[in-house]
Design a binder for this molecule. Structure first.
Ligand SMILES: [Zn+2]
Ligand SMILES: [Zn+2]
Length: 345
């Protein structure tokens, strides 16, 4: 109960009360969403720029902290790592090292007491409650067994950790508030409230991956795990909502079968970066392996599943899969999966 009260106070103090106290509440809210006034180009530009700031900062989490540093699904050169670090800082969701460590622990011990946002403890806990209370001792103990040496060895991560406080002040608050005021005369009040509202909305979007996509959706790839495919979160979460696929194949840079711009913006971003040579060694699970796995362990909801020769395909895959793997480089990854990856890399 105390958690709910704390959560309500956060929502009230950061979102509802500032909006109610300030007349242009619709302006504040719409600053975070799509442009709504197409006739006024100057106004429309303001809307778009604020939306883009939110988009890039979330991409810093999804393509950066998540798919690059946590799961090692591809390699990025120095300029791309600096770019992603800047935007990951702007999202203010802990530094890259802490974010990646928590997420590796989540994959390694999903839905146990060692999972920081164990969805078996309910929607509220997995959404935000886990950040409002002390960590379960298993999270701390088993978290120490996760190898984080690769993340800590990155000089970009070291730089961010060293200057984290000034960096978050600059990227999360000062820049997004100052830019609209300086360049197109937005009032300081509206600009600051827009900054806070953008932060609250993007935080909740990210938290939905831990709550919504562990509860509401289908399981085409593995029905034995809690993570699901959720269309809404897939569309608004830059491709992170295809969570049944992601937990089944955490080393795939697409976090989905497709890296289209429309359903997987971060996947499309990484593909684009590889085209200009900034991202290399993109890991992809081949289509045949996906279909075989879906047939073996999925709930039957994957498209085209009935066109396969079930008996023949089942006979070619091992009995048990280990789902508790944090990504490429985890020593517990199934040997067969490593062989497939090597063959297709
Ligand atoms: Zn993940
Ligand atoms: Zn998950």
């Amino acid at each position: 109960m105390r958690l709910q009260v704390k959560f309500l106070l956060v929502i009230l103090s950061r979102g509802v009360i500032p909006i109610l106290l300030n007349k242009p509440w619709h302006h504040v809210l719409m600053n975070q969403l799509l442009p709504y006034d197409q006739k006024d180009m100057r106004h429309s530009f303001k809307m778009r720029s604020s939306y883009l700031y939110a988009l890039f900062s979330i991409n810093g989490i999804t393509a950066g902290a998540h798919r690059l540093w946590t799961h090692r699904t591809y390699k990025a050169n120095l300029p791309l790592r600096i770019f992603l670090m800047f935007w990951q800082t702007a999202a203010l969701q802990n530094d890259i090292y802490i974010w990646s460590r928590d997420h590796r622990v989540h994959h390694k011990f999903t839905d146990t007491d060692a999972d920081p946002h164990n969805s078996k403890r309910g929607f509220f806990f997995s959404h935000v409650g886990w950040l409002l209370c002390k960590k379960h001792r298993d999270v701390i103990e088993k978290g120490k067994t996760i190898d984080m040496s690769d993340v800590l060895a990155d000089p970009v991560v070291q730089f961010q950790r060293k200057f984290y406080v000034p960096l978050i002040l600059l990227t999360t608050f000062v820049l997004p508030t100052w830019i609209p005021v300086y360049f197109w005369g937005e009032s300081l009040k509206v600009s600051f409230i827009s900054t806070i509202t953008r932060y609250v909305l993007s935080l909740n979007g990210t938290w939905c991956i831990n709550s919504v996509t562990h509860m509401f959706g289908t399981k085409p790839y593995d029905k034995s795990i809690s993570s699901v495919q959720n269309v809404t979160m897939g569309l608004i979460g830059l491709g992170e909502g295809w969570h049944n696929y992601h937990h089944t194949f955490p080393w795939d840079y697409r976090a989905h079968e497709f890296a289209n711009f429309s359903i997987n913006m971060s996947g499309a971003f990484i593909t684009f970066m590889s085209k200009i040579g900034w991202a290399t060694e993109l890991k992809v699970v081949p289509d045949e392996a996906i279909r075989r796995r879906a047939l073996r362990t999925g709930d039957g909801s994957r498209a085209n599943i009935n066109t396969l020769n079930k008996e023949e395909l089942i006979s070619r895959i091992p009995e048990n899969y280990n789902n508790n793997v944090w990504g490429y480089g985890d020593k517990d990854i199934e040997n067969e999966e490593v062989q497939i990856l090597k063959a297709y890399s």
